[in-house]
Design a protein around this ligand. Structure first.
Ligand SMILES: Cc1cc2nc3c(=O)[nH]c(=O)nc-3n(C[C@H](O)[C@H](O)[C@H](O)COP(=O)(O)OP(=O)(O)OC[C@H]3O[C@@H](n4cnc5c(N)ncnc54)[C@H](O)[C@@H]3O)c2cc1C
Length: 330
C-alpha cells in the first residue's frame, strides 16, 4: 500500500483518488488551493441565481467513462439535459448523443465525488496552495505557502501543465529533457465568461442554450432553463481569440460587447447583476497524446488532466485520472 499525494481536487484529482482508494488499495491526500473542490467544475451564486461558469455539460464516448456516468445517473447526481443544441436560428438538432448536466450545477459532481471517498483512506484538503515540489528519498515532498509539507510515496499532478511545471521548477526538480519538452508542448486557450442575471426569462430556443462554434460567443445558456437556477441567469463564453485579446480588459467593455448577443433573446429585460469570470486555462489547444505521462528517472510522478489523451474535456479528464492512478502505483 502506498500513500499518494494528488495535487488538485478538480475532476481529475477526485477521480484519481477514487481509483487509488477503491477496495482499500492505497491512501491519498488531495490538496487544492481553492476554497472548495471542483476546479473548472465551477458553479457560482449570482444574486438569487446559480450559474455554471466553467464546464457546462458533458458527453460520453468510452465505456470506461460510461460506467462512472451510469453510477452518477443512478445516484441522481447527473441528468440528461439534451441531445443537441440550437445554433440560434433553428431549434436544436438531435444527434443522438446525450448531453449530461449535474443537479445543482457541475460543481455538485465534485462535491459528490469528495463525499463518496472512503474517509479512512482519503483526505481532501482545500485552501492549501502548493508552492514547491521536490523528491524526498524514494517519494515526494510538497510545500505549501504556509510552509507546511506533505509527504507521499507517489505524486499525481492535475493542475494545468504550466502551473505544475512552475511548482517543479520552484522545487528545483529536474525532469528529463524528453519529459520536459513533451509537457512544455501542451497549450491551453483562455475563456472569458459573462454571467448576466435578468429580471425576466430570455427567449432562448429549446433546451435553453445556443452553441455557435464559429461565432465569437460560442455558448449562451440560461441556467434557469437548465434547471439549476431559481432566477434567469445567463452564461456566455467568448471564443479563444476574443478571450486572449480582452483577457486583461476591465469588465465593463466586455459586458458591453456581450450585451447585443444576449439582447437578441431578451430585448426588454433589465440587468439585475452582471459579472465577468476569466479562465486562463480553459481548454487544451495542444494536447499530450497519451492519457498520462509518468516521469522518468524520478520517484513515482504522473501528470493527469484534460490535456492528456485524445478526448479532452470532462471525459478526457476522467480517463486521464484513471490512467495516472494506475501508472503511479504500477
Ligand atoms: C469556460 C469553460 C467551459 C468548459 N466547458 C466544458 C463543457 O461544456 N464540457 C466539458 O466536457 N468540459 C468543459 N470544460 C472543461 C472541463 O471543465 C475540464 O476538462 C475539467 O473540469 C478539467 O478537470 P481537471 O481536474 O483536469 O482540471 P481543473 O478542474 O483545472 O483542476 C485542477 C485543480 O488544481 C488546483 N491547483 C492548481 N494549482 C494549484 C496549487 N499550486 N496548489 C493547489 N492546488 C492547485 C486548482 O485549484 C484546480 O482545482 C470547460 C472549461 C472551462 C474553463
Amino acid at each position: 500500500m502506498s500513500h499518494i499525494i494528488i495535487l488538485g481536487a478538480g475532476l481529475s484529482g477526485l477521480m484519481a483518488a477514487h481509483r487509488l482508494t477503491a477496495s482499500g488499495g492505497h491512501t491519498v491526500t488531495v490538496l487544492d488551493k481553492g476554497r472548495s473542490v471542483g476546479g473548472r467544475l465551477a458553479t457560482r451564486r449570482v444574486g438569487g441565481g446559480h450559474a455554471d461558469h466553467g464546464a457546462q455539460f458533458f458527453t460520453v464516448r468510452e465505456p470506461l467513462f460510461d460506467a462512472h456516468v451510469q453510477r452518477w445517473l443512478a445516484d441522481g447526481v447527473a441528468y440528461e439535459w439534451s441531445r443537441g443544441w440550437s445554433d440560434g436560428t433553428a431549434p436544436a438538432k438531435t444527434d443522438g448523443f446525450p448531453r449530461y448536466a449535474v443537479k445543482g450545477g457541475l460543481n455538485a459532481l465534485a462535491t459528490y465525488l469528495q463525499g463518496t471517498l472512503p474517509t479512512e483512506s482519503a483526505s481532501v484538503r482545500v485552501n492549501v496552495k502548493a508552492t514547491a515540489i521536490q523528491p524526498d528519498g524514494a517519494g515526494w515532498c510538497i510545500t505549501d505557502e504556509a510552509g507546511a509539507t506533505f509527504i507521499g510515496d507517489g505524486l499525481i499532478l492535475t493542475a494545468p501543465v504550466p502551473q505544475s511545471l512552475a511548482l517543479l521548477d520552484a522545487g528545483q526538480t529536474k525532469l528529463t529533457p524528453g519529459d520536459r519538452a513533451a509537457l512544455e508542448a501542451v497549450r491551453y486557450d483562455p475563456c472569458l465568461c459573462g454571467l448576466i442575471l435578468l429580471d425576466r426569462p430570455a427567449n432562448l430556443p429549446e433546451p435553453g442554450a445556443v452553441q455557435r462554434p464559429d461565432f465569437w460567443v460560442t455558448w449562451l445558456a440560461d441556467n434557469q432553463r437548465k434547471g439549476i437556477s431559481a432566477a434567469p441567469l445567463l452564461t456566455l463564453h467568448a471564443n479563444p481569440a476574443y478571450s486572449a485579446e480582452h483577457y486583461d480588459a476591465p469588465d465593463e467593455p466586455i459586458l458591453a460587447d456581450l450585451e447585443p448577443v444576449w439582447r437578441a433573446y431578451a430585448p426588454d429585460a433589465v440587468v439585475v447583476e452582471a459579472q465577468v469570470k476569466r479562465w486562463r486555462y480553459s481548454h487544451p489547444s495542444v494536447m499530450h497524446p497519451t492519457p498520462t505521462l509518468l516521469a522518468e528517472n524520478l520517484p513515482p510522478l504522473a501528470f493527469a488532466g484534460d490535456a492528456f489523451g485524445d478526448r479532452s474535456r470532462i471525459e478526457g479528464a476522467v480517463l486521464s485520472a484513471l490512467a495516472a492512478a494506475d501508472a503511479v502505483v504500477g
